[in-house]
Design a protein around this ligand. Sequence first.
Ligand code: ADP
Ligand code: ZN
Ligand code: MG
Length: 487
Amino acid sequence: MEFEAVIGLEVHAQLLTQSKIFCACSTGFGAPPNSNTCPVCLGLPGSLPVLNREAVAMAVKAGLALGCQINRNSIFARKNYFYPDLPKGYQISQYDLPLGQDGQIEILTGVRQEAGHVGEYQPRTFGITRVHLEEDAGKLIHQQGRDSYVDLNRTGVPLIEIVSEPDFRSSQEAYDYLNNLRRTLLYLEICDGNMEEGSFRCDANVSIRPLGSSELGTKTEIKNLNSFRFLQRALEYEIERQKEVIGGDGQVEQETRLWDEEGQKTLVMRSKEEAHDYRYFPEPDLLPVVVSEEWIEELKAQIPELPEERRQRFVKEYALTHEEALLLTQTRQFAEYFETAVRTYNQPKAILNWMMGDLMGHLKQDHREIHECLIRPEHLANLVRLIDEGEISGKMAKQLFEKLYETGDDPETIISQENLQQISDEDQLTRIVDRVLEANPEKVEAYRAGKAGLLGFFMGQVMKETRGQANPEMVSQMLEGKLRSSP
Ligand code: ADP
Ligand code: ZN
Ligand code: MG
């Protein structure tokens, strides 16, 4: 029998607010353990939570960007469970009436093929079940075989949970959705998207069913997915595992599993019997969250062009491939850099190549972000223009790029300061070529006797004389002409 995979994703994203969701403590990362705490986030009796307006604004923007209905009166609920990283014994979350629900996104998704090849992309719509606000728990630090410590700085940091419908049919679709979701939150500037540091976490729910069936099979939930690659590998492993179980006439158990990256497999973490009963009930210390129509409109107006829209526009407007457009729209800053450069000089492909090659290479090496880059997009565009106009050779452009990167000056300034112009003056080049040929009579002889490879030697000599500034095309034409004609 043929099976298809059914996948639903639950994402927790940390919001970039200054202070926590129910108190004024800082959300700053890396402070001494337990220093960013107060009676509210420590869960001391008698303390009262006060909702952070900025967190609500961010969550509403996320909901809108994901096509959700925003509930004008959503409510907070207590999710009861005991764990040492949760001082109150319950987490304040949303349950019956989340801030946002019934959304959907349409993205291009498809088979990613080997580097250089363009995969086949298809538009697919994925449902968003809900977007709700909640508080994060603290962090436990275990010393191997010794003590365990609790750091409550993270307790009360605002999160949004984004739950998808079980709409993904392959690990690739799940990957593309997650990538788009992450980019969307980055574009909204409400989350830093860092998966390794845990500010963007994903749990995956997986089941399989006979192809053509519309019923859902028993699912397992996979945790500990710290990167997009882990997610993809874990899903592929789990789909195969379930196929084997069912193929062997067994039954998939409903359970929570952990991805073990070292062993490249999923392991049972807890079974259905051990599942929590959270006994949700409305949080009595907080009023319903009232979001007015005007506020929604105000927040809507702050939403920029989103990554998927921008990607599809780039493909049309600049004749780029989907892969190229995806790379360029990875962050808002990167996309804006590209568009500013293209507005200065309309050669999208060449600008893309410089950005993806030299620029990215340098930034990666220096651990810099694009907004920390000294080269202005206008300057990069002018560099490309100078090459096209024959002012500088490709080789000189590389040198020039280094200077632009180090100094932040514009190309024209550097060219005149460093005397970098390409020499395209016919008379000047003729004199140099003649000098080189006169200085090497045996080599000229040898060339004429058939050693055509010596052309490179002559080129090299001319370049040396001109510090690499001779127009290479002109020089090679001159050399060939002069060497062909007998003395
Ligand atoms: P739970 O009650 O276990 O939390 P939910 O119904 O709330 O399950 O769904 C949690 C996530 O699991 C959602 O993203 C949903 O789309 C997905 N999901 C639910 N049922 C299945 C299934 N049978 N197969 C795959 N994913 C599923
Ligand atoms: Zn606090
Ligand atoms: Mg659930």
